[in-house]
Ligand binder design. Sequence first.
Ligand SMILES: [Zn+2]
Length: 333
Amino acid sequence: MKYKKWLSFLFLIPVFFIASASYYLLQDFGTYYEYSPEPAKMIKPAHLLDDYGYASYQPLVLYPMQSAPGDFLIIETASPFTGDELTISFDFPGTVSSIYQPGNLLYAVVAISYEASPGRYEITISQQGDENIYINTEVDIIDKEFRLSRFSMPASRTEGWTAARLAEDREKVRAARSTTVPHPLWIQKFIHPLDVRVSSEYGAIRIINENPPRRHSGIDLAADEGAPIIAPNDGIVRLAEFLLSGGNTVIIDHGLNLSSTYMHLHEIYVEVGQEINRGDTLGTVGMTGYATGPHLHWEVNIGQVPVNPEQLLDNDLLWIPPAYINTLIDSNN
Ligand SMILES: [Zn+2]
């Protein structure tokens, strides 16, 4: 009799497992948030799905906590992916960096265009191959007001400019911004290239003379002619020459499809292909090209999409966890 009573408890074991598994699978992952110890980071639950529709829990680290048009959105996760045919997709205007996967970690930077409308959007990371796997989650883009400014430029500033030459310059810039390496070239945090006041904000809507409105794709930093401009981080120079509109221009590839651009320089001290270190002097402030006074036009792009450069300096936003750095150092030795 005693023996039988003990046996009946064995039935509780499968009951316990079925109950806990059902609880786990049926809970609404989408309404549950958890915050990591670092205030700027959010661990966001996501669904990991396979071809058979089997869903499981996959934590994603997304930061910063709030995204606005023109912002970076960083994605980190322990990668469940086995192949390298990976894509990150979403339906707001923007683009994504190279997907960096040292070990079993996945790191990517999404550029949200200043043209994105506020709202809730789905982001999907997918692997297409022998085994199709998808991770999806949602992100909210908040509203952001961009300043409207009007100013006039004397016609003499564009004397002798031709549409053909402008198109040639645009192509040089496009090509420079798409020349990259698939891993970060930086290890330390980004520093200011010219620590002075912002004279014109990123994303500002500008009406110059009677022309149709255009967006300001970077920030303007006003300083005296000749002030040194320094590299905010390590990288490789992809463009260093005079362009009609940009004047003396330098473009640095920081790897991972992230670049920074410096325009209207008085003098350029670097050349194409040169490896540069954080803190190196790139050139000096000037007013070459389409500029009314001496200033630096500083632009930061993921691929061709300009993002707010001030975010690069924002509290180690692009800091990469030590595991990545170790892998990077190992792969360079
Ligand atoms: Zn500018």
